[in-house]
Design a protein. Sequence first.
Length: 164
Amino acid sequence: MNEVKPNPVVQRLEEPAGPDNLPVQVYLNLQKIFRCLNVGRSFQGKRLPITIMQMRALSLFNERDTVSISDISRSLGISLQSATNLIFRLEQLGYVKRFKNDQDKRVSDVCLTAKGTKRLTLFRAGEIETVKALLQRLNPVEVKVLNETLHGVALLFEKAITTS
């Protein structure tokens, strides 16, 4: 029989205890959360009509009406050229509109179109349904603890990015 051998190129992250490995533990826990959200989507048989990166770009408009291409680049951790290409594709799909910044004509700002707002609203509603389906598998006390914990985690991450 053929034996499955581990891929020598891919190093598996372990979860060793201790303060030195805390970043690895946090990373693995976040990875588990995102994996559970993806599994939740599969419960409902949902697939995104656009790429994950395009959806991540659209989700930046959850908090602001207008976003610069440089902000998109920074927020998504991609090059300015990649952000420009991403916005170009979203523009072709009719989800965003690009225009020159009033204060600095070298800067391009982006806003959602009505079609983009509809897509973002549908995506958000779908994500809420996914979370709802996952929460229904927990008891009320677990849901409350989860919500309070995630709120604390969000506050800590916001603090970390504003103090750096």
